[in-house]
Design a protein around this ligand. Structure first.
Ligand code: ATP
Ligand code: MG
Length: 269
């Protein structure tokens, strides 16, 4: 955990990991759009592409090649130097390394260096949004466990629910954050999204003994695909789009720690 709520103001940004288990559910798009929504609300945000295997924040945003996480990992530069501004978005980015599998097998010590580097950003940011890769490899598990808030993205597809459940279970087993929240993305309606959340929460309660909170439902919206294809930010390209509205509605609460009564703390063993 990087922030300490109990002893005064946080000395490190709030680390919010966006995970899913299943690929292609919308993690990267959601992380980008949340960063944008928070920046528009005046918050200082860093978007960290933690998809260590196949980075794609840079592809969705059409970033030009430049310094990225691999320079940090090789020791060529500090995290602060590798960060750049996403000017149209008003937030900062630490890009991953596009199309390279090399970082997926990052030695544990190097991963710790990256996490220490994020913690050392101090008061520069209020939040770091961490876009994680699909799957549950060692690096992804470590980054998940280090987060202050774990945002698990699911869709209405059964396979995505199973994988979201697996992420929550592994996070609990790894002693990760008790502030775990679910986003149902690409929902056919708000009500359908809420039913999907209820299904997942029920399984968690039954088999893990605790359920995560609902961070929000994001509706399926053809404008998302269109904006990604054009490498544009949804909130500026399509103001008032349903999916954008949903992301803006859920963003502010992410900077607040979850109240104790909704802590996701499954009894272990
Ligand atoms: N709310 C939405 N409405 C419609 N389409 C969406 C929505 N969210 C995401 N998508 C679609 O899902 C696709 C996958 O999104 P994205 O690349 O962000 O997923 P991901 O979970 O990061 O994938 P990966 O696991 O491969 O990293 C996007 O190209 C977009 O077309
Ligand atoms: Mg992605």
């Amino acid at each position: 955990m990087m922030t300490r709520a109990s002893d005064g103001p946080p000395t490190a940004p709030r680390l919010i990991a966006v995970a899913s288990g299943k690929g292609g559910v919308g993690k990267t798009w959601l992380a980008i759009t949340l960063a944008h929504a928070l920046a528009r609300a005046g918050r200082r945000v860093l978007l960290f592409d933690g998809d260590l295997g196949l980075a794609n924040v840079d592809i969705q945003l059409g970033l030009l090649p430049g310094p990225d996480l691999s320079a940090v990992v090789s020791g060529a530069m500090g995290i602060g130097e590798a960060i750049r501004a996403c000017e149209p978005g008003g937030f900062d980015i630490l890009p991953g390394r596009s199309g390279s599998g090399a970082l997926a097998s990052l030695p544990a010590a190097m991963l710790e260096r990256v996490l220490d580097g994020l913690g050392a950003l101090g008061a520069r940011y209020e939040a770091v949004l961490l876009d994680l890769g699909a799957g549950l490899d060692r690096g992804t598990r470590r980054l998940t466990a280090a987060s202050d808030t774990l945002l698990v993205v699911a869709t209405e597809e059964p396979a995505s629910l199973t994988d979201a459940y697996a992420v929550l279970k592994v996070n609990a087993a790894d002693g990760g954050s008790t502030d775990a929240r679910v986003v149902v993305n690409q929902a056919t309606s708000r009500a359908a999204g809420e039913r999907t959340y209820a299904t997942l929460a029920r399984a968690c309660r039954q088999f893990l003994g605790a359920a995560p909170a609902l961070a929000g439902v994001v509706r399926q919206d053809a404008k998302v695909r269109e904006a990604i294809r054009r490498q544009c930010l949804l909130l500026t390209r399509h103001p008032g789009a349903a999916a954008g509205e949903d992301v803006e509605a859920m963003a502010p609460a992410l900077l607040q720690p979850a109240p104790a009564e909704v802590a996701f703390s499954p009894p272990l063993g």
